[in-house]
Ligand binder design. Structure first.
Ligand SMILES: *[C@@H]1O[C@H](CO)[C@@H](O)[C@H](O)[C@H]1NC(C)=O
Ligand SMILES: *[C@@H]1O[C@H](CO)[C@@H](O)[C@H](O)[C@H]1NC(C)=O
Length: 380
């Protein structure tokens, strides 16, 4: 998704779940892959800022949003394209003003993918770990087990956790185990065996919910009860883990979640989304059109061969979002989306601040100010 502007903000989000986590446990109804609307949150925030005459009054913000398809490589490629300005040429408008600078990039809620991108952009810290250690010290829990996923999210957390625990003198790890990808039964059995035999009653898990589903299957099999679980934000609010079946094991879990927030006007913004009928769907690169086809189970012309013959409907573009069940419009639990919203505002305020700089009193060399025409992302 692209929108022209004097300054363009980049975004890399998960929109398509081509690689839905392969390990489904089949113990409960599988979760539908969904588009969490983070890209739309960014579009909304930018739209709101452009309409706000107090913030960046003479500057139009644009955006350039990419889908990472839940694939590290694709997200990385998007980040590189945004950083180097060598993305596929996007015709911004007819006047051909050239590519404006990408001021900053808002990433998705996945640490693993943000960490990968951050190697292009700069540093990364895991503040979550600090919060966990505070919980441990609050309850005086000094003897704990740590389970992490086998990716940057888990491995970063493990490294930070170990060093912070030593620094704060907050306790010791009874064990540290790396959860396997996929459903490696033998390895999961070994890990749960370690947990069962350990004297540590507190177990902290930094892992995605799909890891937890596999782990819990083995926990249930070995009937390991009486543990105090501490959840990272990746699985704290996972509905698949909040079942009566798992309650004897996971009941009482403490978890850290991304703060929920309200974004007034967001639902109306979403309801105004319309597919682009001019867009040639055969290129298959319009996020909105694909969302539309998916939601209304229709296809834009020209439909795929055999679609109409098989009774498939053609999309008109006038389908009504209000009349369809879609998680897309559910704004009751905006967490990563609220972070995106705040991130866009943080960038806008920083830019606004910079443009109000008084010559001779600026923060750059020789007390100079930044300048919209030669803006560098690091200046913001
Ligand atoms: C599992 O363990 C709990 C507590 O130790 C015990 O009450 C329960 O009977 C066990 N369940 C099974 C199926 O063994
Ligand atoms: C769009 O795609 C159709 C079928 O692939 C093709 O016939 C048509 O010329 C394309 N239109 C444009 C504007 O590219």
């Amino acid at each position: 998704m692209h929108k022209a502007g004097d300054v363009v903000l980049g975004g890399v989000f998960e929109i398509h779940f081509f690689a839905v986590f392969p390990d489904q446990s089949f113990i409960s109804e599988p979760q539908e892959p969904t588009c969490h609307g983070q890209a739309q949150t960014m579009a909304f925030a930018i739209d709101e800022i452009n309409r706000n005459s107090n913030l960046l009054p003479n500057v139009t913000l644009g955006y350039s949003l990419y889908d990472n398809c839940v694939q590290l490589g694709i997200g990385f490629r998007a980040a590189l394209s945004l950083a180097s300005g060598q993305e596929e040429k996007v015709v911004l408008d007819k006047t051909c003003v050239g590519t404006p600078p990408i001021l900053g990039i808002v990433g998705d809620s996945s640490s693993t993918r943000s960490i990968a991108i951050s190697t292009v952009y700069g540093l990364y810290r895991v503040p979550l770990v600090r919060a966990m250690i505070q919980i441990l010290s609050h309850f005086g829990w000094t003897w704990t087990g740590l389970l992490v996923s086998d990716d940057d999210y888990g491995l970063h957390a493990a490294r930070t956790f170990q060093s912070d625990l030593v620094q704060t003198g907050g306790g010791c790890l009874a064990y540290l185990e790396v959860l396997p990808w996929g459903n490696d039964q033998a390895e999961l059995r070994r890990i749960v065996d370690v947990m069962r035999k350990s004297t540590a009653r507190v177990v902290i898990v930094f892992a995605h919910e799909s890891h937890m589903i596999n782990l819990m299957e083995e926990v249930v099999r070995q009937n390991v009860t009486g543990l105090q679980w501490i959840a990272s934000e990746a699985w704290t609010s996972a509905a698949v883990l909040q079942t009566p079946h798992l309650m004897p094991y996971l009941g009482g879990t403490l978890g850290i979640a991304i703060r929920r927030g309200e974004i007034p006007g967001f639902r109306d913004f979403l309801l105004q989304i319309r597919p682009d009928l001019q867009h040639n769907n055969s290129y298959g690169n319009s996020i909105v059109n694909q969302f539309w086809e998916d939601t209304f189970q229709c296809r834009f012309a020209p439909p795929p061969t055999g679609w109409v013959e098989a009774g498939g409907a053609l999309c008109t573009g006038n389908e009504d979002l209000e009349n369809v069940e879609t998680e897309f419009l559910d704004i009751s639990n905006l967490r990563p989306e609220y972070n995106v919203y705040k991130a866009v505002y943080a960038l806008a305020f920083a830019l606004d601040d910079m443009l109000q700089c008084e010559p001779g009193r600026g923060p750059f060399s020789g007390h100079s100010c930044g300048n919209l025409q030669r803006l560098e992302p690091w200046q913001v």
